[in-house]
Structures are given as C-alpha cells and as structure tokens.
Design a protein around this ligand. Sequence first.
Ligand code: PHE
Length: 437
Amino acid sequence: MVRESWGTRIGFIFAAVGSAVGLGNLWRFPWMTAENGGSAFLVVYLAIVLIVGVPGLLAEFVIGRRSKRNPAGALRRLAGGSDSWGLVGLLGVFTALVLLSFYSVVGGWILRYVGASATGAYFGNPGTYFGSVDFGVEAAAFHVGFLALTALVVAGGVRSGIEKATKVMTPVIVVLLVALAGWAVSQPGAGAGLSFYLDFDPSYLESHPVSVLQAAAGQALFTLSLGVGTMITYASYLGEDNSLAFDGSVIALLNTGVGFLAGLVVFPLLFALQGGLSETTAGGGPGALFVGVAGAFNQIPFGRVLAVAFFGVVLLAALSSSISMLEIPVAYLVDEHDVPRRAATLGLGGLVLVTGTICALNPGLFTTVSGPVVDTLLTAGLAGFLVFTGWVLGKDALAEYGTGSGALARSLGVPWLWSVRTVLPLFLVWTLALSFL
Ligand code: PHE
C-alpha cells in the first residue's frame, strides 16, 4: 500500500500548528504563568521555546521525513534495524496513549462546558459546578464523546481526515482568539491583569530559579508537542520540498503567539471580573479556566454567547491536538503491523476509552499522570530523539535538514547539529535529574 502524505505544504503547517496549539496554550500556560510568578515565567518560557524548542522540533522533523515512518519504525530503521533504538521510539507510542488518556478527560470537560455555557448551568456558582462534574461517571461519558470525535477524524486518514479538519479548525481558532483578546483587554479593570502578565518582575524568579526553570521547560515541550513523536509522525507524511527550518519556525511562532493571546484573554478576565488570582485560579490546574474564567462570564452582558465562543475555541484547539496524539499509535500499527487504518483507530480508541475512564474516575491518578508523569516522559523522550539525531544520524541529519531549505537556514545547520548533540540533551537530562531530587 502507498503510504499517505499531506496534500499541500500549508496542510502540514496547519496540522502541526493544530497539534501544538491546544490545552497546553489555553489551560496549562495561563495556569503555569500564574503559579510561577507571571511575567518572569513568560520570559524564561519564551527563551526555552527558542533555544530548546525550535531545535528539538527540527530534530523530530528530520527523523520523520528521513524515515517516512512512525516513531518506533523510524528509529529502528534509521539505526539499521536496532531494536534498542526502536524501543526509544516505542516509548513515544506509549507516551502518546498516556497523554491521550488524561487529555481526553479534559477534552470531555470542555465539551460539557460548551453546552453548559449555552444554558448558563455554571453561572450561579462556577466552583461548586466544576467540583460536581470534574470526576465521575458523567466525566467519563464526556471523555468518551470527545474521544469519539478525535477517532472520527483520525479514521478519515491523513489527507481527508486530519488535513481537511485542521485546515478549517486552526484558522478559526486564531481568528476567534484574536477577537476574544481584543474584547478582554478592553474590559474595565483589565490593566491589573495585563501588568501581572506583562510587567517584568524578576523577584519571583530570583527566589525560585529552579522551579521556574523546570516548569518553563516542561511547558515548552508540552506546548510544542515535543518528546512524543507527534512531530516525527506528522513530518513522515512530508515531501522533500518543504524547508524544515522555515516550517518549524512558523509553527513555533504561531504556537507561541496563540499562547500569548490566551494570556491576554485569561488574565484580564481574571483580574477585571474576578478581582485577581483567587486560590482556585492560582493553585489547582483546572481552576483557572473552569472556575476563574468561566465565573467571569456570568458578570458581563452577552456572557453566554461569549462563553460558548470561548469554550468552542478551546474545544477546537483540544481536538486538533488529541488528533495528533492518536495518530502516533495508529501510524505505528499501520506501518509496522499492516493493520488497516480504521481498525487501528477503533482498537486504540477502545483502549483509551478504558484508560481515560480510569483517569476520569480517579482524581489522584489524573493529577499524577497529567503533571509529573507527562513531564518526565516528554523530557526523556525528547532527550532520546536529540541524541539519536545528533549521534546516530549525524551527517545524514544535516543533509536532511538542508533538503528544501534556503541559504540562511542551511548556514544554521552546523550550529543546530552541535546543540542537538551536546547542550540540549544535557539540559534536558539536568531538568529530569532535578525533578527526581
Ligand atoms: N501541544 C499540545 C497542547 O498544547 C499537547 C500535545 C503534546 C499534543 C504532545 C501532542 C503531543 O495542548
């Protein structure tokens, strides 16, 4: 069977941006920023995206396009059939399933909130409402709904499923977010939120350098979908005429822009309408979006309409990311075990139905998986991909990087390769070690 590929160059960019832009930007980023001192976190995070994120993205692209395979097949094949490298790739396939198990539960919450915004169900008391729906049988049911939507797109295939869907979803997300941000910053009292977010204040960073660094690194990988093999898989459907460096920069820039915009929506809302960061918003992860922001909508005219628009955007963003998670194990079964795409999607969907339901019923497990487990798996995964690119592919990586790219990008090839070989994996291993201490 002929392997699938993207129909257009822009199709790949939309799909990859769709993967990157997700709950990481809209739910995790404002929460992390709030918890880690605001503006100073923003600066550290931006630096890590640029210094670690972009080169990491390119390493995954190089592995994917060179091998035209899923992560497990890619590493084994490019390492001349090495089963140990195959296992490193297989770790990515496993991580994708772990990620999707908790992500789909949050996706289910959002699905529910689109409806609840229309009826105003949580308007009376957002905190109590969220507390009554976050975990349990109903949460599991909504998770299954979200997962079914994800599987529907993946079952359609690369071109007529993923590409078609994300080509519409991604621009809609960006346009709606810009509109929402314009509205949010013009709210009376938004200034306090903006200055918390944007006025650089190094004092928190100075007193908590290690924890800010770690949180910023974890967030940078999560938001760029790195360390799982998503970008390996998406780049495996690419042709030789795309410039990896150009596409990677566009993807990182758009993703960062959207994360930044999300902050422009969330912080003014929290400060203008909620009077600042309450315990729920600064403490628990889900709080900022589902209690803080949701609570703001009941105090404004046209609150229901705006709330539906807001959670609608979040839903689209979450879906275009969950699609990219499910695609990894699906590609693995299709490539390595000749399973037809639909059967693979159905089988893996069934598996995540069960693992996600377990998360939806166990708040403790959910929190551990969505926090430290995911951080560790992503960091270890990306370190593995970098070492592989730098030391196993070496010169071939440089050649693949250069294919289709312009003079400027090519001149950056050698420094890129050396950073992938040395400082970047060391940095990741160091943050990993810190998290265990
Ligand atoms: N980047 C996605 C987000 O921000 C999450 C993701 C991580 C998707 C890893 C795929 C792989 O929501």
